[in-house]
Ligand binder design. Structure first.
Ligand SMILES: [Zn+2]
Length: 397
């Protein structure tokens, strides 16, 4: 059985861009090493799965790794709290949150509280608060972000978001999304928590200091995407592969946690364009001495896409490419390269456009370049994401 290095470049797929001579960033990029892998492997297109209006990263990952969304779909809050290392239990409700700035009428001034860099003292001041038997546990995220767990009886994740991704409006109240007492109770205690937190935050010394310095106070928490953990079969159990993950972004660490993949820590793996690419790729290679499967996630392709920065995306793809040659001498290993969904730079949002994929280490086809257009001619053909893992494991191309 071959080992597998599964590389996901987030939001890789794109559409032709006029300024790039009607090429996609991947087509326009100089990628001799991706092209080497494509030339000596098999290629194709993966159709990402989606529910709702566009594919989310977490749903796309679940499906790509062979988990049926009809059965295993979970809200983003779950992945976020796990990704920042909080301990989530089956009955808990998980939410993601932002420290934000509101005025005295709860009008949102800034959804990110001036991108406050360190919220440790604020989280400490609120962590462990109990309201009507429900305990509120808080975890520190990156910059202004945080994770929140509600622990107690009679809780439900069928509650609305307290954040519409909009400033200038009054902070939305949490509402029950179904007519059951658990949902109503959860909305009520969460609203109460948000009010009490506001009282504590607005008087917190850190915020008083920020105001003095002319900075925005982090005086309110905007919460969203409440979810509950489902105990899905681990990746190892499902595919009989001892697996690990190398990732910088919180969500992807959360995804690895849900799959019970071991997380390999790499210094300066940030999930941004300044990430330690070389360190991540080296760590992924080394991990396969011990593991059968390594999931390597690279995030910045998606960040550039959301900003509409096609030149940045192209350059970043080239930077990844430069770091690939150390993988060429791996024995008995399949290297898979694809994305989770497309994020065209001109759309700036995720789309369900098919994604290029290459599998190096087994068979060969006629494709010589790793790109959306060329991969369409490959031996893998067009395949839905859900069936892909099985094909890789059986090398059935
Ligand atoms: Zn993604």
């Amino acid at each position: 059985m071959k080992k597998i290095l599964f590389i996901i470049l987030d939001g890789l797929g794109d559409r032709p861009i006029k300024e790039l001579g009607n090429k996609t960033p991947l087509e326009a990029a100089k990628t001799p090493n991706f092209d080497f892998l494509a030339s000596n492997g098999v290629c194709g297109l993966i159709k990402p799965v989606y529910q709702g209006s566009f594919p989310s990263s977490k749903d796309a990952h679940l499906s790509l790794f062979g988990y049926d969304l009809k059965k295993w779909r979970m809200n983003r809050g779950v992945f976020e709290v796990l990704g920042i290392g909080m301990d989530l239990k089956k009955e808990d409700i998980a939410l993601r949150g932002n420290f934000s700035t509101v005025d005295s009428n709860f009008k949102i001034i800034d959804r990110r509280a001036g991108r406050i860099p360190d919220t440790k003292p604020l989280v400490k001041a609120l962590h462990g608060m109990t309201i009507q038997g429900v305990k509120f546990l808080l975890g520190i995220g990156v910059s202004y972000r945080l994770g929140i767990i509600l622990r107690g009886k009679y809780l439900s994740d069928k509650i609305s978001d307290g954040d519409f991704h909009k400033a200038g409006i009054k902070a939305p109240k949490i509402l029950a999304k179904e007519n059951r007492k658990e949902a109503k109770f959860t909305a009520k205690v969460l609203n109460e928590f948000l009010l009490k937190s506001h009282q504590i935050l607005k008087n917190h010394p850190l915020n008083k200091k920020r105001i003095k310095k002319g900075q925005l106070p982090a005086n309110y928490i905007l919460v969203r995407t409440a979810g509950k953990l489902k105990k899905l079969p681990s990746f190892e159990k499902k595919w009989k592969l001892k697996s690990c993950c190398v990732a910088g972004g919180v969500l992807y660490k959360g995804i690895a946690n849900v799959f019970k993949m071991d997380l390999i820590r790499v210094k300066e793996a940030t999930g941004k364009s300044d990430t330690n690419l070389q360190g991540k790729i080296k760590a992924a290679k080394k991990s396969l001495n011990k593991y059968d499967f390594c999931y390597l996630h690279i995030k910045a392709t998606d960040n550039f896409s959301h900003d509409g920065d096609f030149l940045g995306k192209k350059k970043f793809i080239e930077k990844v490419d430069k770091n690939l040659p150390i993988l060429f001498n791996m024995k008995n290993t399949l290297i898979v390269v694809t994305g989770d969904h497309s994020t065209p730079c001109k759309v700036k949002e995720h789309t369900a456009d098919p994604l290029p994929v290459l599998v190096f280490g087994s068979k060969k086809d006629e494709v010589r370049k790793f790109s959306e257009k060329e991969c369409a001619k490959g031996k893998i053909g067009r395949i839905k994401s859900f069936g892909f893992m099985k094909k890789v494991l059986t090398c059935n191309f």
